[in-house]
Design a protein around this ligand. Structure first.
Ligand code: FE2
Ligand code: FE2
Ligand code: FE2
Ligand code: FE2
Length: 404
C-alpha cells in the first residue's frame, strides 16, 4: 500500500495535540513546535535523513503514554488542577516507550521517549546524565521544556529575552551546552520565531521534514495504527477496550463475508481509528458518569467530524477515512457529522456503524450494565425499522455473534 508517511505524521500530530491541550493545558500545536525545533537541531547536528524523520516521529509521540498513565493512576478529569503534575508520573515515559515498540522507526534509536524528561545534569526521572542520554531525547527534552514553560508561539521580544537568558543560564545544568549554542544560532536566523506561530507551524514543519514515501504492506500499517487505538481507548476510563473490541468484531464479520485480506485489514484499521476524533473532546465530557446535557451532546458529536479531519488528508487512506468517519451516519439522514443518506453510505460504512452500536451496547458504561447479545440485537432491530441502520447487516450480526 502506497502510504505517505509524512502526511500521516502531520495528521497524527493534529490528533495528539488535542490530548496535550486537554490534559496538560498546553498551547495549540505544541507537538508540531517540539517536532520543528527538534528537527532543526537534528539538522544542525548533521543527523541522517532517516534520523531526522525519526526525530519528528519521536517528537510527535513523546507523550503518547500519558492517557494510559493517568488512567492507571486513577487520575480523573477534575484531579490535579496543576496540569504540569500530570506529567510527573515517570510511568508515562516507560509506557510511551513500550507503546511505540511496534512503530516502524527508520533507525534503531532506543529510549528516546523513555528519556524525554531527563536533564543533562542527571536530575530527571531516571537520573541518566550527560551524553548517556540519547541525543534525540536531549533535543526533545529541550524543545518540550522551553515550549511548556515559555509557550514560545507568538513570542514577543521580552519573552524571547527571558527564554534566551534562561537557556544560557542552564548550560550544562538542565541542557547540554552544545544544544543551547545550536539553538541560539538557529533562533537568530530571520523568521525563526514566526515559523512557530499557529498560522505557520504546520507549513514550517511540512517544508522541513525530508520527503519520505514508504511502501508498507497493510499489516505493517495496522501495527502502527494499533499504537493509536491504545491512546484513543485509554483517554476515557469508560471506553478502554472500545476501539479494539470493535476492530475485533469487524474482523469476525469480514471473515463471515469472505473479504480478502487487504479489504479486511483496511476495515479493521477503520475500526481502530473510528473514534480518534474523541481525542479532541474534553475529558470531563468523556468521563462524565451521568447523562450528558444538550450542550455536552453537541460537543461529543463533533468527534466524528474530527475523525474525518484527522484521517482524510492521508494519501492511501481514502476508504479507511470514509468508513471511520461515517460511523454515526444514519440511512435516513439523521446522523452526523454530514447527515448523509442511504445512497451515500456504502456497505462498509454501514457495517462499521452497526457494529459500533452493537459494541457500545454490549460494553459497560457508568449509567448501564452491558446489554446481552439478545437485548443489543433488539435495539439494533428497532433502529433498522426506523431506517437508521441496515437491516440485513443487523441480521448478519445476530447470526455471527449469537453463539459467542
Ligand atoms: Fe512528558
Ligand atoms: Fe510535551
Ligand atoms: Fe463514535
Ligand atoms: Fe465508537
Amino acid at each position: 500500500m502506497e502510504f505517505k508517511f509524512n502526511d500521516f505524521l502531520m495528521s497524527i500530530s493534529t490528533a495528539l495535540d488535542f490530548i496535550e491541550i486537554d490534559i496538560l493545558s498546553v498551547e495549540t500545536n505544541h507537538l508540531k513546535r517540539v517536532a520543528y525545533v527538534s528537527l532543526k537541531l537534528a539538522q544542525y547536528f548533521d543527523l541522517t535523513i532517516q534520523e531526522q524523520i525519526d526525530t519528528v516521529s519521536f517528537s510527535i509521540l513523546h507523550d503518547n503514554g500519558l492517557t494510559q498513565t493517568l488512567l492507571d493512576n486513577k487520575i480523573r478529569s477534575n484531579d490535579l488542577k496543576e496540569f504540569y503534575l500530570r506529567e510527573s508520573f515517570k510511568e508515562h515515559c516507560i509506557i510511551g516507550e513500550k507503546n511505540v515498540s511496534l512503530f516502524p522507526f527508520l533507525t534503531k534509536h532506543k529510549n528516546i521517549i523513555k528519556y524525554h524528561h531527563e536533564t543533562y545534569d542527571g536530575k530527571g526521572f531516571f537520573k541518566v546524565k550527560g551524553n548517556d542520554i540519547p541525543l534525540i531525547a536531549q533535543f526533545i527534552a529541550f524543545a518540550d521544556y522551553i515550549d511548556f514553560v515559555f509557550k514560545y508561539k507568538n513570542v514577543d521580544d521580552k519573552k524571547k529575552e527571558k527564554l534566551i537568558s534562561y537557556i544560557k543560564e542552564q548550560k550544562n545544568k538542565r541542557f547540554n551546552v552544545e544544544i543551547v549554542d545550536a539553538f541560539l544560532e538557529i533562533s537568530s536566523k530571520d523568521g525563526f520565531w514566526e515559523q512557530l506561530n499557529d498560522d505557520n507551524i504546520e507549513h514550517s514543519l511540512k517544508s522541513e521534514i525530508p520527503v519520505y514515501e514508504q511502501n508498507m504492506n497493510i499489516d505493517e500499517v495496522l501495527k502502527i495504527m494499533s499504537v493509536f487505538s491504545k491512546i484513543i481507548d485509554s483517554k476515557s476510563q469508560f471506553t478502554q477496550e472500545h476501539s479494539d473490541g470493535l476492530a475485533h468484531k469487524i474482523h469476525k464479520m469480514c471473515e463471515n463475508y469472505n473479504y480478502d485480506h487487504h479489504e479486511k485489514m483496511k476495515l479493521v484499521i477503520a475500526g481502530k481509528l473510528h473514534d480518534i476524533g474523541k481525542l479532541a473532546i474534553p475529558i470531563q465530557i468523556l468521563d462524565k458518569p451521568n447523562k450528558l446535557d444538550d450542550e455536552e451532546i453537541s460537543i461529543m458529536k463533533k468527534h466524528s467530524y474530527y475523525t474525518d479531519r484527522c484521517l482524510s488528508n492521508i494519501d492511501g487512506f481514502e476508504d479507511i477515512a470514509r468508513w471511520a468517519s461515517n460511523h454515526h451516519e444514519k440511512l435516513n439522514g439523521s446522523g452526523y457529522p454530514k447527515g448523509l443518506k442511504a445512497d451515500e453510505l456504502d456497505f462498509n460504512s454501514r457495517l462499521v456503524a452497526c457494529l459500533d452500536i452493537y459494541q457500545a451496547l454490549t460494553e459497560e458504561r457508568p449509567y448501564k450494565k452491558p446489554f446481552s447479545h439478545k437485548e443489543a440485537i433488539g435495539i439494533l432491530e428497532t433502529m433498522a425499522l426506523n431506517n437508521e441502520i441496515d437491516s440485513d447487516i443487523t441480521t448478519d450480526i445476530d447470526e455471527v455473534f449469537k453463539c459467542v
